[in-house]
Ligand binder design. Structure first.
Ligand code: ADP
Ligand code: MG
Length: 319
């Protein structure tokens, strides 16, 4: 049984008038215990919407969400609160997600106060001190306010708050995107160390393929609300099959001489998210697109063990 399972999940935002944003369209994915699934895609592809749906911070328009075998969408409020001790989230902007008027020790201890109110104060303090140490902060940081810390330290506080209730899964929504490069590497290392020590699963959201390359076990590439390619990270990086994945890699990384396919380049602009698409969402931007790409349903199809691609001619050489 997977830790997290999203099945055929769609999310539509209804704006004023008759305008609908199709933020997620029929997305299915799983995260297993102790593994990292990276969600990759450009801004607006639906990554944050997906992360929020997993915790039921927002509700899907259609589809099912299961966490630790429980139907998340059917949970009454009290049970949902309990679940959030086991399923935490870390946001991109650490400072905005921390209460500037609370001391670090209280911020980190707050989830314990909510989820384990009967824990004696002394035990709670010990647990907070232990977690502050685990994320690489010095004990005296507990008395500081978020505004007195650097961006990297603030994100360590965000991580401490997320792990204090011993979750089995953490959604990380661009956790290092707002940090300097050198700090970014330290935070990625910390997240990897904590995962090795505590065995948590990560749903790791990023728009930057560099960031996830060495921290993910599997990756799901999103475009315009759909997963267009998924598989073990090594395989996807070594041999990307979807024209969008290939374009993403070509734009981000130096050409890998071992790569089996030439890079693809996208043309034109993305489709508006307010248009419902039957066929391929990349049509019009795709260097190898044909008329039949919009005339048929284009959905994820297995191409290898654990690998799926939503393209009617995966791996076709492009320009
Ligand atoms: P990402 O995190 O990949 O940048 P998001 O999940 O934030 O993408 O957004 C996906 C799409 O849904 C975008 O077109 C965005 O504008 C739209 N969207 C997200 N949240 C809302 C909302 N609350 N109301 C309306 N549209 C939204
Ligand atoms: Mg986002």
């Amino acid at each position: 049984m997977s830790l997290l399972e999203l099945a055929e999940v769609s999310k539509e935002f209804h704006l004023g008038g008759a305008t609908t944003v199709y933020a997620l369209d029929d997305v299915s994915l799983t995260v297993d215990a102790g593994e990292t699934l990276a969600i990759i895609g450009e801004s607006g592809s639906g990554k944050s919407t997906l992360g929020r749906l997993a915790l039921r911070l927002i509700e899907p328009t259609r589809g099912r969400v299961h966490f630790e075998g429980t139907d998340v969408l059917a949970l009454p409020p009290a049970e949902l609160r309990k679940m959030r001790a086991r399923l935490q989230i870390i946001f991109q902007e650490p400072f905005e997600s921390l209460n500037p008027r609370m001391r670090v020790g209280d911020i980190v201890g707050e989830p314990l106060a909510i989820h384990r109110p009967r824990t004696p104060a002394r035990e709670r303090r010990d647990r907070v001190a232990r977690v502050i140490e685990q994320v690489g902060l010095s004990p005296d940081m507990a008395r500081r306010y978020p505004g007195e810390l650097s961006g990297g330290q603030q994100q360590r506080v965000g991580i401490a708050r997320a792990i204090v209730t011993e979750p089995s899964l953490i959604v990380l929504d661009e956790p290092t995107s707002s940090l300097d490069l050198s700090v970014r590497a330290q935070i990625l290392q910390l997240l990897a160390d904590l995962q090795a020590e505590l065995g948590m699963g990560y749903l790791f959201i990023s728009h930057d393929i560099h960031t996830v390359r060495y921290v993910s076990d599997r990756i799901a590439v999103m475009y315009r609300g759909r997963v267009v390619e998924t598989g073990p990270s090594e395989r996807v990086f070594a041999d990307p099959q979807h024209p969008y994945t290939r374009a993403l890699l070509a734009a981000a990384l130096p050409v890998d001489p071992d790569q089996e396919l030439p890079p693809a380049r996208l043309v034109g602009d993305p489709l508006s998210p307010t248009r419902l698409v039957q066929g391929c969402v990349l049509y019009g931007r795709c260097p190898v697109g044909e008329d039949r790409c919009v005339q048929t349903e284009v959905r994820l199809t297995p191409i290898d063990v654990g690998r799926e691609v939503a393209c009617i001619k995966p791996g076709a050489p492009g320009s």
